[in-house]
Design a protein around this ligand. Sequence first.
Ligand SMILES: [Zn+2]
Length: 184
Amino acid sequence: MTIITTDTTPRVWPACLNCYNNGRLVGRWVDCTDAADVTLSQLHEGAGGLSASCEEIWCLDTENLPVDHEMGLLEAAEWGRVYAEVGPEHWPALCAWVRSGSYVAEGSGYLPSVGDFEERYCGRWDDFREYAEHWATETDMMDRWPDDAVRYFNWEAWTRDLAMDHTVVNAPAPDYGVFVFRDL
Ligand SMILES: [Zn+2]
């Protein structure tokens, strides 16, 4: 049996911009949740070379974030806050929601609103049909239907209709399947 563990903790690689401009990589990986505490002297620990021109920290690389740009520590810390709010279990779904483009941002920025995420997220499913069947069962949709109506029910057409009120995004390894979001 192979156990695949996927680490999805969002991280940034803050570096000293002055050293970087002088051809030296002075930085380290930190979790976004710790980004607010990163200092210049911390980054230069062991790497040496902290000079008066070392002033600015810039995150030159990121991982497990739903955006692909370099950023400052402030933004990294904001992502850390969102991560702490949504929790590790739902973080991959939140990232997929942001990457889909049809997500709700908080305020006037582009960081995702966790409240809106939680209102819309319907879970991870093998495919949308599995979600649709689960939904039909949960809501007792067919409870009072005559047998024939149940037997001849057009699942395909109904699932297609239901999908129009949802956003469906492919889920990543190791589970795959889809993340389903209710459109409100
Ligand atoms: Zn430096």
